[in-house]
Design a protein around this ligand. Structure first.
Ligand code: TYC
Length: 144
């Protein structure tokens, strides 16, 4: 659950004067060499004296996504679980009740799927609220 693979998905953005040469969202590696004006201006295509930036596509990578799960237990009140789903997972009362009953019957259920840091924050918020209310409710996350 603390696997941070992929967490630094924006690391390196815009560094190294290399903008636009690496990886586009959802795509494989881009061509990184051929056709670039690498002559640092000894009279390349632009003729002289000034390097021209020609590639402007953003350098981003897909964030790794994580399922946030609720686990069943015998003690946490059903209304508390419904409240958690409404407050932290933006469910309306009907959907929150469905998810709670699913967890109650099957043992585990999905609250939502989020990038690592958002999933981690929600797990902490739920765990904290449950502890403050002395409920044993468990909330975890797993990589999609
Ligand atoms: N099983 C609990 C009860 O009967 C309700 C419950 C549902 C608890 C979902 C946890 O994640 C949970 N009061």
């Amino acid at each position: 659950m603390r696997d941070r693979n992929g967490q630094d998905w924006m690391a390196g953005c815009g560094t190294g004067g290399d903008a636009g040469r690496s990886v586009a969202y959802g795509a494989g590696p881009r061509l990184a060499g051929g056709g670039q004006d690498d002559d640092r201006d000894g009279g390349g295509p632009d003729g002289g004296g000034t390097d021209v930036v020609t590639k402007t596509s953003p350098k981003t990578k897909k964030p790794s996504m994580y399922r946030v799960l609720l686990l069943n237990d015998d003690y946490t009140p059903m209304e508390f679980v419904v409240h958690v789903l409404e407050r932290y997972f933006n469910k309306d009362q009907q959907e929150a009740t469905q998810i709670m009953l699913h967890v109650h019957q099957k043992g585990v259920g999905v609250c939502g799927i989020f990038p690592f840091e958002i999933a981690e924050t929600k797990v902490m918020q739920v765990t904290d609220l449950a502890r403050k209310n002395q409920h044993p409710l468990q909330c975890t996350m797993e990589k999609v």
